[in-house]
Structures are given as structure tokens and as C-alpha cells.
Design a protein around this ligand. Structure first.
Ligand code: NAP
Ligand code: GDD
Length: 356
């Protein structure tokens, strides 16, 4: 913690994966609660901080409370250095190769980032606390860990992972439990079901659908290629879910929590909802493409978040219908901007979401 002018302490948080969907919402949430927020950013040849644009400020300015550090969850020395520099009271480990389909193509890297990356951070935190620092850690677990386990899934449901990503998240979960028990560290595993937003990466199915259908509506593309339309997911709004992460770290004791809406929909139901917002018949435009199928699929996720409701007082605020609507409206606006630019003779880069 650092001193404020009035003698009160400013809490410090460190977020790995701050440039992602959740990291950006969490950073905004923590800044709004007065935290100094530190984030780890990967070096890239193009800007990867787009989601932070609204809160980024020149670090030379006085009183800036967002600080970015270059690093990588696969680089233990840099993680330790960042802990020393940021001196956090709370750490949120969100960094991950988070795409399930891609984890079949990049299995070793996914395990290095998701499983061993968490272990690296836990080792660094172990030494950081041994040096006298008090710190609390949130580990981003996933409903993918339940995989083939029958719904509804809660904290007592046995894991049955179905991808390299999910198996790596299970390993990370148990590393976190072990470090909590072995070294008495304050660590919480959040087992979050799917959560989406207008900031969702464009290769995840919800955003691929809202981007694709909005562009089809305005005549910017003809077809949308998708994989398995029967899979069912429990989809919530990401902004609601980052608050649950924070709540876990404010409790008297560390524990593990499922965060979910308790409502499940198929991919085709998502298509129905998005199409009705746009006045489209998706069946005329959507084509199935086997390249988007997974070698092993997760068919049915539906979370039971009773424990989070009771102990954290957490409940989702945004319904499935509201979520789809807000994503469609956002992507329709993007498609309108694209139309305006195209009509004015500009070349608009195709981001190739339909290729992934
Ligand atoms: P996301 O948008 O894919 O963001 C992932 C973040 O991790 C990005 O900031 C990314 O950086 C960073 N990252 C990737 N590899 C890294 C590495 N080697 N070193 C450091 N940073 C790295 O994911 P999200 O949806 O925000 O999810 C956040 C976390 O929650 C992830 O751990 C995910 O697996 C987990 N989770 C997500 C959901 C969900 O439905 N969204 C549900 C359950 C669990 P770049 O921006 O540079 O790529
Ligand atoms: N991505 C994608 N692209 N998925 C498709 C497509 C497609 O073209 N067509 C159908 N799907 C199906 C997938 O097979 C899956 O059953 C479902 O849509 C959801 O896929 P994603 O949106 O990629 O999400 P996910 O459920 O695999 O993983 C997300 O949620 C997990 C929590 O359960 C990711 O955010 C993970 O990081 C997260 O842990």
C-alpha cells in the first residue's frame, strides 16, 4: 500500500492479462474503487493495449494510477521483478492462452502459459510473502474444467477436462489449492462460466456471431462460417463477473467459488436472439465448417452459483437477452463506421474473424 496525501492507504493491485477482456474491465473497476493498478503487458509488434485506451494516461502525468510493465507469464524473472516494483496487495492472475480450439493446435504453449505460468507466479508470490509482504491472489479458473461432467456444475462437481486448455486450468486450480494449504497463502480460485461483452475477442463464438451478423445486415459480408451449433453455454456479462473476482479477495478466508448465471443456451439460440435484434434469418447466412469443430467438445455447461450468491452476495445484473442486445448494438455501430469509411474510399482492414 502507498500513502495518500490525507494519510489513508492506497491499495495496489497487479493484473496479469490486463490487456484482455476481463483485465480491462477489472482495471476500470479497481481504479473506480481508488486502487493503484499495475498490469503486465506482452511486448508485441503492434499495439495490444486497445482495450485500455479509455483509462490509459501518460505515466509522466502527476497522480496516474495505472502502471504497465512489460512481462510474460512464461518469464519467471520478469514476474518477480514486477512484484518487487509494484508491491501489490492483491494479484489477479488472468493471463492465459484462453482459446479452447487453439489449445489443440498449441498444446505445449497453452500448458506453459496456463498451468506452469500459474505455478511460476505462485512461486514468486511464495517468496514475496516470505519476505514479509501480505498479498491475496485470485486465480482465473474456468467452467471448461468441468468439461464432460453433467450440469448443473458447482464447487463439488468433479472436473473432467476435454482440451489441453481445460486440463491446464485444472492443473493451475490444484497448484493454487496446494499453495493455499502448504504455505497458508490467501488464494481464491474463481470458477467462472463463459462471460462475454462488446470487448470479447472476435474469435469466440458470441462475438464472432454479433460481428458477423451485423456486417451481413449492412451488406459487408454474405456468409458466417461456424462449427457446432448445439453446444450449450452459461453466458453472462463480463463486467458483472470481474466484481465477483474482487469480492472473493475481500472475504475473511480464502475459498473457491463458481460464478455463473444458472441459465444455459445453445449456440443456435444465441444466433436466434442476435438475429431477432437485427431482423435477420440466420439460417440463410450461416454455414457449418468442420474446421471449427473440436476433437473433444464440451456439450453442456450450466453453473450453480449458490455459494457465490450466499457468501459473496453476488448476482448477475445483465440478462442473456440484454447481453446479446448490447453486443449486437455495439457491432452494428462498428459495421456502420466500416460502411462510412468504405463509401469514402478508405480501405478497411479485414480482421479475419471468420477464418478462426
Ligand atoms: P482474453 O481476452 O483472451 O485475455 C487474455 C489475456 O492474457 C490477454 O491480456 C493476453 O495478452 C494475456 N496473455 C496471453 N498469453 C500471455 C502470456 N504468455 N503472458 C502474459 N499474458 C498473456 O481472456 P479473458 O476472456 O479476458 O479471460 C481472462 C482469464 O479468465 C483467462 O485466464 C481465461 O482463461 C479465464 N476465463 C475466461 C472466461 C471467459 O468466458 N471470458 C471464463 C473462464 C475463465 P494479449 O492481449 O497480449 O494477447
Ligand atoms: N470459437 C468458436 N468459433 N466456437 C464455436 C464456433 C466458432 O466458429 N462454432 C461453434 N462454436 C462452439 C464451440 O465449439 C463451443 O462449444 C462454443 O461455441 C463456445 O466456444 P467459445 O466461444 O470459443 O468459448 P469456449 O466455451 O470454448 O471457451 C470460453 O469460455 C471458457 C469458460 O467456459 C473461453 O473464454 C475460455 O477461455 C473460458 O475458460
Amino acid at each position: 500500500m502507498t500513502e495518500q496525501g490525507n494519510g489513508t492507504r492506497v491499495r495496489r493491485a497487479l493484473i496479469t492479462g490486463i490487456t484482455g477482456q476481463d483485465g480491462s474491465f477489472l482495471a476500470e473497476f479497481l481504479l473506480s474503487r481508488g486502487y493503484e493498478v499495475h498490469g503486465i503487458v506482452r511486448r508485441a509488434s503492434t499495439f495490444n493495449t486497445e482495450r485500455l485506451d479509455a483509462i490509459y494516461a501518460d505515466p509522466h502525468n502527476h497522480g496516474v494510477r495505472l502502471r504497465l510493465h512489460y512481462g510474460d507469464i512464461t518469464d519467471g524473472a520478469a514476474l518477480r521483478r514486477t512484484l518487487d516494483q509494484a508491491q501489490p496487495d492483491e494479484i489477479y492472475n488472468l493471463a492465459a492462452q484462453s482459446h479452447v480450439r487453439v489449445s489443440f493446435d498449441q498444446a505445449e504453449y497453452t500448458a506453459d502459459a496456463v498451468a506452469t505460468g500459474t505455478l511460476r507466479l505462485l512461486e514468486a508470490v511464495r517468496d514475496y510473502t516470505a519476505a514479509g509482504h501480505a498479498v491475496r491472489l485470485y486465480q482465473a479458473g474456468s467452467s471448461e474444467m468441468y468439461g464432460a461432467a453433467a450440469p448443473p456444475q458447482n464447487e463439488k462437481t468433479a472436473f473432467y477436462p476435454r482440451s489441453p486448455y481445460a486440463a491446464s486450468k485444472v492443473a493451475a486450480h490444484w497448484y493454487a489449492v496446494n499453495y493455499r494449504e502448504a504455505y497458508k497463502l490467501f488464494i481464491c480460485n474463481g470458477i467462472l462460466f463463459n462471460h462475454e461483452s462488446e470487448r470479447r475477442g472476435e474469435t469466440f463464438v458470441t462475438r464472432k456471431i454479433t460481428r458477423g451478423l451485423a456486417r451481413i445486415k449492412l451488406g459487408l459480408q454474405e456468409k458466417l462460417y461456424l462449427g457446432n451449433l448445439n453446444a450449450r453455454r452459461d453466458w453472462g456479462y463480463a463486467k458483472d463477473y470481474v466484481e465477483a473476482m474482487w469480492l472473493m479477495l475481500q472475504q475473511a478466508e480464502p475459498d473457491d467459488y463458481v460464478v455463473a448465471t444458472g441459465e444455459s443456451h445453445s449456440v443456435s439460440e444465441f444466433l436466434d436472439q442476435a438475429s431477432s435484434c437485427l431482423g435477420l434469418d440466420w439460417k440463410k447466412h450461416v454455414k457449418e465448417d468442420p474446421r471449427y469443430l473440436r476433437p473433444t467438445e464440451v456439450d453442456f455447461l450450466c453453473g450453480d452459483a449458490s455459494k457465490a450468491r450466499m457468501k459473496l452476495g453476488w448476482a448477475p445484473k445483465v440478462s442473456f437477452e440484454q447481453l446479446v442486445k448490447l453486443m449486437v448494438e455495439h457491432d452494428l455501430e462498428l459495421a456502420r463506421q466500416e460502411t462510412t469509411l468504405t463509401k469514402a474510399g478508405h480501405q478497411v482492414a479485414q480482421r479475419g474473424a471468420s477464418q478462426r
